[in-house]
Design a protein around this ligand. Sequence first.
Ligand SMILES: [Zn+2]
Length: 226
Amino acid sequence: MLIKYTVKSPAESASSLNLVAIDDEILSVSAIATQTSTAESFYVEGEISLPGHFQRFYLLGCSECNHLVRSKIKREIQCINCRLSRMLIPRCHFEVEITDETGTITATMSEGLGERILSMTAEQIYDITGVKNELFPAAHNNQLLADKLFRVQLQWSSSRTPDKNAGSLVLLSYTEKPTMFLPEDSTSVSGADRIMEEEPILVTDAKATKKQKREPSTLPKRLRYG
Ligand SMILES: [Zn+2]
């Protein structure tokens, strides 16, 4: 299903996909609100950026069970899940905005997926915003993400995290879409080239016929004078 859609042009898929419901259906951002199921994931194609508001880009969780704790600094806790004394470790966690031609939505990215798109480990993020208490270089990341198109897999979350209520969107996966040339453009260009090639041939033919016609008339003249 995915391969089928990457071959299609964006204009083609946008119109046909609104009519056909398939597993890998690509929704427009404006259509996400109508997707109420928390059991199924869906796809959106758009640009990913970091929102302007302040974020720490990490949450702290139990080193053993990953139970998230509302804390800004690493410390030892009595995990209510493991019921044991555990050290907190940073987990990458932040909000992104996904924008297509219909609008913008906010989703959360976390763990390895978040680390991958930021090119940073959770420990590095914690060092910047948690230890040094500096602002995360969001503008730099937005520059790197600018003008890139992503196919993003999203799902409504039913679970709660310390900074989010239930009912938020979670980014499950993302792939960068390669910049491609539209097939319509390439055919029209080659078609125009063919006409351009044919025309000069017709022009030279006409000139050649004129020359041929003139020469027999000048030859007898020259013969007459000579
Ligand atoms: Zn635990």
